[in-house]
Design a protein around this ligand. Structure first.
Ligand code: CA
Length: 413
């Protein structure tokens, strides 16, 4: 008897642990690809799957199923945040989740991250989810092509996941139609990153039995070296109202007991919103696998870009400061030059003298100097003239100053 639906997960040829999880039940089918340092990734995907599994029941409408699925994902997100709060060593863990509930000829779908759901209909395979990746954004904005994205060095940088980072992550939800003959493939990037869409379609074509198809797809990824964990869930649609696998199965990390130790120190204050307390998990060491180092690299790129902008701003600012300083110096020079075109009469060493400049100084700096000292002793002047000279007499120019000296001299003659 051929199976309609099936699930399988493989650690791959490079990784030491399987951080993927999968679920195939009666109405609900999900894959989750965990990430995060140390034990984090497998915990994240397993917790998410276990927290979502209760959605596997009958719904009266696709809208109800969508709502149930969406709130289950948000609850899973909250549970991940709380788990990180109680087990700080798990900080930075996260997981993708892509799944759907089948309600007859409708699929209520929810998706976050870069795991994928494909529809295979009449031999044509179509990706129905959109990767929440950095490279997908580059594709969307027309900066690179889908072909370039597939080999981009930063193709695994995720923009959205469930985890301890965002309290209300943005989850894609959608209702799709389905009909007998359709087959749906849910997979982690351990498959989609190494096996082309076209090849996935061919293998579905060659393997009408779901369990055999799951095996063939995982084999294909292993043939390509399988550097990552590989998880595949296949859901076949026939005339029956569900695509049940019989007894629900969990695969990958969700199939095993959680690996973080219950003995790890719990924090004293229970159930505080951890997101508020350590929103960025800044104290954790970088993970030993793809998510964190890559996203840090991405952050570094953003930071570098920001720094470049700052340098540009600083240059603009510096040029501005120099321009202003230049203007000030020019103005001061012009001002000083103007003061040096001025003359006044005052007293120098008891004698009437002509001063060049202005009486006022700037702080300790004098803006005047003796230009010519006459031999007229101030004491010899009339009290009126003496007082005027002592309080200085402005001259409009040098000839004017000389004529003032002449008039004072004439007083003595
Ligand atoms: Ca992966």
């Amino acid at each position: 008897m051929t199976s309609l639906s099936a699930a399988g997960s493989h650690v791959g040829k490079v990784r030491s642990n399987n951080q993927d999880s999968g679920y195939a039940g009666e109405h609900l089918f999900v894959v989750a690809d965990g990430m995060g340092g140390h034990a984090g990734g497998d915990v994240a995907s397993a917790l998410a799957i276990q927290s979502i599994a209760h959605v596997d029941r009958d719904y009266t409408s696709a809208a109800d199923a969508v709502e149930a699925l969406r709130s289950a994902l948000l609850e899973a997100n909250q549970e991940l945040a709380e788990t990180v709060y109680e087990h700080p060593e798990l900080a930075g863990m996260g997981t993708t989740v892509s799944g759907f509930v089948r309600i007859g000829d409708r699929l209520a779908l929810a998706h976050i991250g870069d795991s994928r759901i494909y529809r295979w209909r009449n031999g044509v395979i179509t990706q129905v989810t959109k990767d929440h990746t950095f490279v997908q954004r580059l594709v969307d904005s027309g900066r690179i092509t889908a072909e370039e994205a597939a080999v981009h060095p930063r193709r695994s940088v995720l923009m959205r996941v469930l985890g301890d980072v965002d309290l209300t992550p943005e989850i894609d939800v959608e209702v799709l139609d389905t009909r007998p003959g359709d087959r749906w493939v849910l997979c982690s990037d351990g498959l989609s990153g190494y096996v082309t869409e076209q090849r996935v379609g061919e293998l579905l074509d060659e393997n009408p039995d779901a369990a055999a198809a799951v095996e063939a797809l995982i084999e294909e990824s292993l043939d390509h070296g399988a550097p990552d964990n590989v998880t595949v869930v296949i859901v076949g649609i026939d005339e029956s109202p569900t695509s049940s696998v019989g007894t629900p199965v969990m695969v990958g990390s969700a199939a095993k007991p959680l690996t973080y130790s219950a003995s790890s120190a719990k924090r004293g204050m229970a159930r505080l919103p951890s997101l508020l307390l350590h929103p960025l998990s800044a104290t954790t060491a970088p993970a030993d696998e793809h998510f964190e180092p890559e996203s840090e690299e991405f952050l570094r790129e953003l930071i570098a870009e920001d720094a470049r902008r700052k340098v540009r701003r600083r240059i603009t600012w510096s040029v501005g400061v120099l321009l202003v300083a230049g203007l000030v110096v020019t103005a001061l020079a012009a001002g000083y030059q103007w003061t040096q075109s001025r003359y006044f009469i005052g007293v120098s060493d008891g004698n009437v003298a002509i001063f060049q400049g202005v009486q006022q100084g700037i702080g300790p700096f004098s803006l005047s100097s003796v230009y010519f000292e006459s031999d007229i002793a101030v004491d010899e002047l009339s009290p009126f003239s003496r007082e005027r000279v002592e309080s200085t007499i402005n001259a409009s120019d040098l000839p004017d100053a000389l004529s003032i000296i002449d008039r004072l001299q004439s007083e003595l003659d």
